[in-house]
Design a protein around this ligand. Sequence first.
Ligand code: PLP
Length: 368
Amino acid sequence: MGAADLFPELPTPSLLLEQAILESNIRRMQRLADMHGVALRPHIKTHKSLDLARRQLKEGAVGIAVAKLGEAEVMAAGGIVDIQIANQVVGVRNIDRLVALASRARVSCAVDSIGNAQALSGAFADGGKVLTVMLDIDTGLHRCGLSDHGDIKALAAAIDKLPGLSLKGLLTHAGHAYAGPPENIAALGREEGETMVRLAGQLRADGFTLETISVGSTPTAPHAVAIAGVTELRPGNYVFHDMIQVGLGVATQEQCALSILATVISTPTTTRAVIDAGSKALSSDMGAHGNRSVIGYGRVVGSKLTVTRLSEEHGVIEHTGEDFRVGQRVRIIPNHACAVVNLFDVMYLCDVAGVIAEWPVHARGRSD
Ligand code: PLP
């Protein structure tokens, strides 16, 4: 369950990234996209790291997707030129930031309202620039996005008439697949792709040109990508995987690249061990969108145990008499890797021999 000398050079809690698993996750998703002739645009909200984004681009990704302007600004400052903000950019302050960003990188963003399209148009046309936009489509998550053909057509028509905007395509995220059950994922993924291709066909028949049909979540990726007419895949979590993906049957524990290195600081009873990683290291995330696939707050590597309780700096492992010792180091696979990365300044890239590199989480905390 981990030896006292596990990465003794590192502080705890620390974030470990296993190079071999990471590399194989990156390659597997790139191969999937290549096999279907679809562009891969990894969502970097998962890792927020320039090193990792560069690695994904080197493997064949066409660009990156981000959730927030702050992430986009960090990536652009690091030299990444093709950035899709797979989210709405709203308000004068943010639209001004988007205009500034567009002079440093090729950016696009999602739109799902005529008012927001008008605001974006005003700012870009004033500066004599053109912003590429993607219509945000709701394929079942019921978060942002439109689903009615009439509403989508009206927005496309409004964008067509507005100066400073150029409609590039449709974008969706089938996050509702996280609610499971696992046996529904394939059908939800196919539905994600089919809905997008059907809507794109209707809009093309209405006279609109759509270059990009962008889908993507890690669970639905293999199913949505197989639908003819989908042109872009936008998964994020696949790069690490986590216990949510394991719970959904999307990945095995051996395909989880990220873990938290922690120290056992107390063994007050024969059935309780306490580690120095609590909610500020593991997050208290048990999965979004109605996910029920995880138990506890992270899996203890090399065992079937989970972290059963959390306070901010403590994680409690209730067990049945396993051999935990004060000072022992353990590794925990987090429930939700994307939430955990945002809690650390660095990831330690490692292999069996030890630490290979220290990778900053460049866009950590950039939720603005
Ligand atoms: N696109 C959007 C809009 C998202 O919100 C997300 C994740 O939340 C993704 C893509 C990537 O999905 P996943 O993390 O399941 O790979």
